[in-house]
Design a protein around this ligand. Structure first.
Ligand code: MG
Length: 260
């Protein structure tokens, strides 16, 4: 069920033990640090509930935008979990350090197959750059990433390489000849990401519920993209009561209602 933040009432928290938040557009403005107002509310919420943050982004982004801002009280942090890359990895705080609680890594054989498929596609399109900046193929365990000129290539070079994505679409066609049951997606400016199929936020929230041993009725989810096609929608589809917020300010007001 999806409800709009303005229609939310405190009685909907009956039986809820965990509040899971989308990050961008919900807790923080896209790619910025959490605001002082949100920090205060977020810390208060950690005193009363298990809290989770889930995003398609990497752990480093959580670190910079959330962890560096919020309370460092170990008691509060023990109630927080972080689910980067849609929960294919989950972090918990133990003895004042952030630890990986589980990682849904690709099978090493599958990772090898993906790497060979990328090399095959590179050969097919004749991609053989004379100068590269860091690794072209990176095994991130839950994801294999191809970066045409290397991870650390200067932005101007990156932007000039495949501005209309045509090269990567061709590469993906060649990769699909070699691979099945995987998600192959255009990522950043020059990259292609390969992950297990069917990874979205519902996957991450299921993992979270398993971790705490909670049922769907004990979880509240908050996101800004619960509309059809939005990246938060899979969570409401699995039966979790989900609140649509249209801004970070609206999310702040929602947390005030939860706390009061
Ligand atoms: Mg969002």
């Amino acid at each position: 069920m999806i409800i709009q933040a303005k229609d939310f009432t405190k009685d909907l928290m009956a039986g809820k033990k965990l509040v899971s938040f989308d990050a961008d557009g919900t807790l923080v403005e896209s790619k910025t640090k959490m605001s002082p107002t949100m920090v205060g509310l977020f810390n208060s919420l950690l005193e009363k509930y298990f809290v989770n943050v889930i995003s398609g982004g990497k752990y480093q982004i959580f670190e910079e935008n959330v962890l560096e801002e919020i309370s460092s009280d170990p008691k509060l942090l023990s109630n927080l979990t972080l689910s980067p890359t849609c929960g294919t990895v989950m972090y918990i705080n133990e003895n004042e350090t952030w630890k990986i609680c589980y990682k849904d890594a690709l099978d090493p054989d599958v990772a090898e197959e993906i790497i060979r498929a990328i090399e095959y596609a590179m050969e097919k399109i004749g991609h053989n750059p004379t100068e590269t900046f860091g690794d072209i193929i990176e095994n991130r365990e839950t994801q294999i990433t191809f970066s045409a000129l290397g991870q650390k290539a200067p932005l101007a070079l990156k932007e000039a390489w495949d501005p209309d994505q045509k090269i990567r679409h061709r590469m993906i066609e060649f990769m699909k000849e070699q691979l099945s049951n995987l998600d192959i997606k255009i990522g950043g400016t020059t990259s292609i990401d390969v992950t297990k199929a069917g990874i979205n936020k519902a996957f991450g929230v299921k993992k979270l519920m398993e971790h705490y041993g909670l049922g769907v009725q004990e979880v509240l989810f908050v996101g800004d993209a619960l509309f059809e096609g939005g990246n938060d929608k899979p969570v409401s589809d699995m039966g979790v009561l989900s609140v649509q917020v249209n801004s970070v300010t609206e999310c702040e007001e929602l947390i005030r209602k939860i706390l009061n």
